[in-house]
Every structure is written in C-alpha cells, then in structure tokens.
Design a protein around this ligand. Structure first.
Ligand SMILES: Cc1ncc(COP(=O)(O)O)c(C=O)c1O
Length: 377
C-alpha cells in the first residue's frame, strides 16, 4: 500500500465499537475489572488507554515499528528512552549540533547519574568511530541537525553501531516518518517531538518513539509505565487527528521550502542558506539517498546581527516563535530560543551566531513569505 494510504488506513482509524471515523477520547483513569484470573485488556490509563493505543499503533505503522509509544513531550520521549538504556558507568555519543533541550539534559542531568558523553560532528561518521569507548552504550543521531541542517549518514552510523553492538537512537523530528524511516535503515529506536510535523498545527506538546525490536519495546513499555511518562487521551486524540494530514502537509510545506530556499539564495543581505534540498548543501546527496524528501526547515545567516530587531518586530506573515513544523510559518532565533540554554562558547563552537535565523515553512504562499521577509531591507 502507498504510504499516503497507510497514514489514513492502518487499522487504527475506526472505532471498533461504533464504527466512528474518529477514535473517541477515553478519559477514564481506571477500568472496571470483573474477573479474578487473567490479564485485563485495560486496567489503568497510565499502563494503557484505548485512545493512546490507537495513536501508538499508528506511530508503529508509520515508522514500520513493532510498537509505538506516546509521551507528554518530545523531550519526555528523549529522556525516557535514554534513561531506559543508559546506567551509571556508561558512555554515549551525541551530535554536537543537537536540540538545545537535549543538550541541557545531557550536560546537566546525565552526569548526576554517572553517565559520560562525547559530542562529535556527525556529518563525518568517522568522528563517531573515534569517539567510541569500551563503555559506549548508545549512539544518538539527529539529522538534519538543529539549527544548521547538517546531514548525518544514518546508514554509516548504523553500520558503526552494529559493528560495535551499540544501541542507536535517532531524533527524527525534522523529517517526520513521511520522509525518513530510520528503523528501516537499521536504527534501533526512532524518536519525534510530535509537537512539530506529526501534530502539525502548533496546538499540542507530545513525543513519540518506536522500535522494530520486541525486547527494546518491552523495555520501553516498562519505563513508560514506571516513569509515568504518558500522553493524555485528549492529546493522543489531537495528535491522531493531526497525523491524518501528514502527507499533504509534508509535501506542500517541503515544496514551499524548496522554492523559498532558492529565492533566498539570491538576496544580497543573506550570506548563507542552510537547506538540505539545495544541491550546494553538504550532505545533499546523502539526504537524497536516505530520505524521500528534504523537509520544510531551513536556516539563514544574515550579514548583520543588527537587522534581527527589525526582522523580529516587522515580519507579519512569519510568526516569530519557538518551535517548527506547524502549518503556519515560524521564524525563530536559535541564539535566544531553541539554543538559548547553551552557554555562549558552546553556541559559537557550533556555528550558532547572533546572525542565524531558523525558518519553518508552512502552507502560505512561498512568494508572500519571501516578500514579507525580504522587503524589510
Ligand atoms: C529536534 C527536536 N527534538 C526535540 C525537541 C523537544 O520537543 P518538545 O518541545 O516536544 O519537548 C525539539 C523541540 O523544539 C526539537 O526541535
């Protein structure tokens, strides 16, 4: 079946009791059990809820996983997954160019658990190999990276992980499962901030994860329940509804991003456009090989940071906000927003300067978006 069809018809779209074309929100905390022997299907909503189940099964279908899991935020998915597999004395390898909240967790929390880490530039997979230690238990990927859209070869990093029997985990938020299926490329666990493209409407905070491996899923099921890291029935329903239009949104938003990226390349005050869809972008060929689209996020480097104030104040169509992946275009300033929690020297080391802007392209006309930004100067 075509993926566009699977998004809408994967066995989790119709309420089995009523035939409703929308899964009801089961706002029950607990379920009546009227038998002594045997496992009840539902018992208590932390351990299982019919609305969350429909969502988690949909995620598994979209990622070609054995099981899916839904968490109360993307960062909850990331922290729950990492703390399901890392323990005191372990070491993990992370990409230097990583979401700021994940960086904060790695640098401010993992050390409290006696967990060691190394950041590397993963656009060269050899750096991953060099960073390995005898106690390395996890290799974590985020590609395209945030905010510089650096591309990591998932295949090459997976080969290193498999050769060394190390668990691989990816943050697949930017591509969404529509354009990238990391589990099919051999990654053990795929994670998303579903707040972004999966939800798609800037109206909820959620995270998801999935794996093809039954043993990994068993562990994730255990930690989700044990840590209490669950998505509510209301938000599960909202996310299910958002996912129904994932294909249409991803295709159009990416088409808009491609058009916009090309036009921005010719603007005199924009020094660099970072977008994997540009043939000049390092990693463009890898992205073409491993993903079926280039996504709808790009970043631009402007010639003078003094322009930032005017841009933030004067753009009308771009919402100046944290986040990305919604149907409305968002302009964000990584220096103070997504990467505000990184110390200045860490930001500069990663190429995140006061002149860098991240653009999440929505469904508006790319011509209008271009004019809104470019006619400011
Ligand atoms: C790539 C990436 N991963 C994870 C997160 C965290 O997700 P959430 O805000 O849903 O906790 C974000 C948030 O911006 C992100 O951009």
């Amino acid at each position: 079946m075509n993926y566009d069809t699977i998004i809408l018809h994967n066995g989790n779209e119709i309420d089995k009791k009523t035939g409703g074309l929308s899964i009801p929100v089961y706002n029950a905390s607990t379920f009546a059990i009227n038998h002594v022997e045997g496992e009840p299907v539902y018992e208590y909503s932390r351990s299982g809820n019919p609305t969350r189940d429909a969502l988690e099964n949909t995620i598994a279908a979209l990622e070609n996983g054995f099981r899916g899991f839904a968490y109360p935020s993307g960062i909850a998915a990331i922290t729950t997954v990492l703390l399901s597999f890392l323990k005191t004395g372990d070491h993990a390898v992370f990409p230097a160019d990583i979401y700021g909240g994940t960086f904060r967790f790695i640098t401010k929390v993992l050390p409290d658990f006696g967990i060691d880490y190394t950041f590397v530039d993963m656009s060269n997979a050899l750096n991953v190999e060099t960073a390995l230690k005898p106690n390395t238990k996890v290799i974590y990927l985020e590609t395209p990276s945030n905010p510089l859209l650096k591309i990591t070869s998932i295949k090459q990093v997976v080969a290193i992980a498999k050769r060394n029997s190390i668990l691989s985990i990816i943050d697949n938020t930017f591509m969404s499962p529509y354009f990238c299926k990391p589990l099919d490329l051999g990654v053990d666990i795929s994670i998303h901030s579903a707040t972004k493209f999966l939800g798609g409407h800037s109206d909820l905070i959620a995270g998801v994860a999935s794996s093809k491996d039954e043993t990994i899923c068993k562990r994730l099921k255990f930690t989700q329940n044990t840590y209490g890291s669950i998505l509510s029935p209301d938000d599960s329903w909202l996310l299910l509804r958002g996912i129904k239009t994932l294909g249409a949104r991803m295709k159009q938003q990416t088409e808009n991003a491609i058009q916009l990226a090309h036009k921005l390349c010719n603007v005199s005050w924009i020094k660099t456009v970072y977008y994997p869809g540009l043939s000049s972008h390092p990693g463009h060929e890898i992205c073409k090989d491993e993903c079926s689209g280039f996504g709808a996020v790009l970043s631009i480097l402007i010639d003078n940071e003094d322009k930032m104030e005017t841009i933030m104040k004067k753009v009308k169509l771009w919402s100046t906000a944290v986040s990305l992946g919604g149907v409305e275009s968002i302009l964000s300033y990584p220096w103070t927003m997504s990467h505000g929690s990184l110390p200045t020297e860490e930001k500069l080391k990663r190429g995140i300067t006061r002149s860098l802007i991240r653009l999440s392209v929505g469904l508006e006309s790319p011509d209008d978006l271009f004019n809104d930004l470019v006619t400011l100067f």
